[in-house]
Design a protein around this ligand. Sequence first.
Ligand code: IPD
Ligand code: CA
Ligand code: CA
Length: 268
Amino acid sequence: MTHSVVNIAVGAAHAAGEIMRRHFLQVEGIPILRKARHDYVTEVDRMCEAEIVREIKRFFPNHAFLCEEGGASGAGNVVWIIDPLDGTSNYLHGYPHFAVSIAQQVNGRTEHGVIYDPMRDELFTASRGGGAFLNNKRLRVSSRIDLEGAIVATAFPFRSREHLKSYGRVFQAVFEKVEDFRRAGTACLDLAWVAAGRVDGYFEVGLKPWDLCAGALIVREAGGVVMSFNGEDDVENRNTLIAAPYKLMTQLRKLILTRWSVSSTEHS
Ligand code: IPD
Ligand code: CA
Ligand code: CA
């Protein structure tokens, strides 16, 4: 059963990836809607989401959904959490780094996660307790034990610039310790790449459940740790996230916490 759930998610992710590939670099004629400052949705996001939901519903007509574009629908203890196109700004700019992210939660806990990068044909999968895989090869987070020499992925708070000052302090503190940063523009791939050990760690502020649910499971199943800046595990309910191997998590979190400040009305 476990396998068939993942296989269905993989089928849906591949279908969405095919749509992305077909329209990539042809966005000129494609309708684009501005949801908020620096936040866009294209017809491609919508087509992908419709295709994913249609594909999953063929097998599970009674499951609930939380989709980035369509919001919450249905009821019950099984919920599919979907970002149909993570990295829309990259997509619109012809920057070939974006992906689809699909997670299945049961009673609020992520059981399965699938991330598909259509440009590299890379499929990241995990089921709780079953390990994480890239195209069927087992994944393991980086074995680095010190921030010296580490490459850390992050994202600038481009949609919530009120965090810029605080983020700047964090950036400086971490940058002083590591080799360098990467800002690639696709949260689910940042997480998948932590799982693959391609980057040694990752932190971001302001993620949504569809950005992180699949990726957080994939990191944990690859032996990594995912938590909020304050150390909470339920990152889907928080505003901040760090993903890293255990030893780097301790060092990163310590550095970040000393520089990060949020108003009392915000989540950690
Ligand atoms: C965004 C990307 C980006 C991250 C943002 C996300 P979207 O998702 O993952 O890398 O920095 O926080 O919202 O809007 O392209 O699906
Ligand atoms: Ca996203
Ligand atoms: Ca998206």
